[in-house]
Ligand binder design. Structure first.
Ligand code: ATP
Length: 267
């Protein structure tokens, strides 16, 4: 076997040459073009790029909601062809919970409907994860009785309780105020310290990417193509200079092409 094609045993998710398209009545929209990246177990993997570069579309395809027009996405060596409980999604919107179910019932719902856990075991699992996100006191509340941040915590508990192979988070904090967002980022890192779960996190915030990610994929503007992949900071780094340098590098990489385009237009 060619060594360049032999599988890396550390790789959990392998995205190979993935082009994603939407067919509308009059158009074919290419959202990403031949994107390659690999996510390893326990990665906090960030998809970062400007609005419209196809970050959410990539996450949808990993979720199994969209089939690549070109390329393939493999999870643990098997091609993804449909949604599955091995990939749980957390969205930006606050209305992703079932409004007629309590907080605890919301967390229990996928545990029961997947058949992964039953009865008391499902309840214990839900309680365990509600405790992790500090919401046990609100277990019997309904979603409309919670703040936006609390609803996001429930959605995170629901996703994590399933103990999926990979948690997919699509700008989960984008609609929160700055203080809550910062607190939720810290909480996510503390949760990660606890179980070292694998997460793919979409954001267009450079500071958020630097704070959360151990690896950062930079995508070019529409249609999204890989511009670079960077090592993030180590989990316990408090070196602000290092964060500053990484931010400058990301800015250079993300905006270099645009500056060149502008220069070409003005030449
Ligand atoms: N359902 C759809 N039908 C047609 N085009 C779509 C659809 N969803 C997204 N697109 C297009 O695909 C491209 C990528 O969209 P996507 O939402 O994945 O980008 P994004 O990087 O997540 O953007 P943002 O950061 O603004 O959320 C955009 O040009 C968008 O207009």
């Amino acid at each position: 076997m060619n060594p360049s094609t032999s599988p890396n045993p550390q790789v959990l998710l392998d995205v190979r040459g993935v082009t994603l398209q939407y067919k509308t009545q009059n158009h074919l929209v290419t959202a990403t073009y031949r994107v390659d990246f690999q996510v390893c177990k326990s990665d906090r993997y960030i998809l970062l790029g400007p609005s419209g570069c196809g970050k959410s579309t990539l996450l949808k395809a990993i979720g199994g909601f969209l089939t690549p027009a070109e390329g393939e996405i493999m999870l643990k060596g098997a091609a993804i062809s449909k949604p599955g409980y091995d990939r749980m999604m957390v969205f930006q919107e606050f209305d992703q919970l079932l409004p007629w179910k309590t907080v605890k019932q919301n967390v229990m719902f996928p545990l029961l409907s997947s058949g992964k856990w039953k009865g008391r075991a499902a309840e214990d699992k839900a309680v365990c994860y509600l405790e992790k996100v500090g919401l046990m006191k609100f277990a019997n509340h309904y979603p409309h009785m919670l703040s936006g941040g609390m609803k996001q915590r429930v959605a995170i508990a629901r996703g994590m309780a399933m103990e999926p192979d990979v948690l997919l988070m699509d700008e989960p904090y984008a609609a929160l105020d700055a203080l809550t967002r910062r607190k939720m980022q810290d909480e996510l890192l503390h949760l990660w310290d606890d179980t070292h779960f694998t997460v793919i996190f979409v954001t267009h915030s450079i500071p958020e990417a630097i704070k959360l990610g151990n690896r950062i994929l930079l995508l070019s503007p529409h249609p999204g193509q890989v511009r670079a992949e960077l090592e993030g900071r180590s989990r316990d780094s408090t070196d602000r200079d290092e964060a500053g340098r990484l931010e400058a590098k990301i800015n250079d990489l993300l905006f270099a092409g645009e500056n060149m385009n502008q220069e070409a237009q003005h030449a």
